[in-house]
Design a protein around this ligand. Structure first.
Ligand SMILES: [Fe+2]
Length: 215
């Protein structure tokens, strides 16, 4: 398995292209279709689907172009449907000058699932907080954490649908996963779960068991 990280768009979103042999799936194609496409072409990959950690604009900006060119499905958790279909809620109307309302997608069914587990070695964990439909994705040694967990940080909860109590529960759940997993966040540098458990305040007992909430 090979993972290519592309840092895209004004918000420097991390888009990941996960490939095995010449098949691949794309996590969070947030902007700059040309960069995504030229990597796919250069590596002679065949995209099979898009799988998003959540529905904010900086993570979905290039979804329509990728879907159109490669005729592949776009998967996102059902609880972020209200975000991807509403330019005000996904912030494309405010920040992008290019209102984006996605109309073609496949909804994941709102729980921890082994949706692709059998064939694809992909496990999805439901992790609400940053948005109601936030998920994280485990595949091989990698854990794609979207905007739930960053190196040294955690996702904000002051945007539409954000909830700090849910975020805290999700971080507790994340802390139970295999600590040898490599963290591939939605923004910023990679890390390991082991490092974050030791160094990230938002995974500490002080934060997780305390009254503090994250905005
Ligand atoms: Fe986000």
């Amino acid at each position: 398995m090979k993972v290519k990280k592309l840092i895209l768009g004004y918000y420097n979103v991390n888009c990941y292209i996960v490939s095995a042999e010449n098949a691949c799936f794309i996590v969070d194609p947030g902007a700059d279709f040309k960069s995504i496409d030229s990597y796919i072409i250069g590596e002679k990959l065949k995209p099979e689907f898009i799988l998003n950690t959540h529905g904010h604009y900086d993570h979905i900006g290039a979804v329509p172009q990728v879907m159109q060119k490669y005729d592949i499905p776009f998967y996102i958790d059902a609880e972020d449907e209200f975000i991807i279909t509403d330019p005000d809620k996904n912030f494309s109307s405010i920040f992008a000058g290019n209102p984006l309302s996605l109309t073609t997608y496949k909804l994941l069914d709102n729980k921890d699932i082994s949706y692709f587990r059998e064939e694809k070695d992909i496990r999805i964990y439901k992790m609400p907080g940053h948005t109601p439909g936030s998920i994280i994705i485990e595949s091989g040694p990698y854990l794609f954490t979207g905007d739930l967990l960053f190196r040294g940080g955690a996702g904000r909860t002051d945007l539409i649908g954000g909830d700090s109590k849910s975020l805290k529960s999700s971080l507790k759940k994340l802390k139970q996963l295999d600590s040898s997993l490599t963290i591939m966040p939605g923004h910023g540098a990679n890390s390991s779960l082991e490092y974050e458990i030791s160094n990230n305040y938002y995974l500490s007992s002080d934060f997780l068991e305390g009254e503090d909430t994250w905005l």
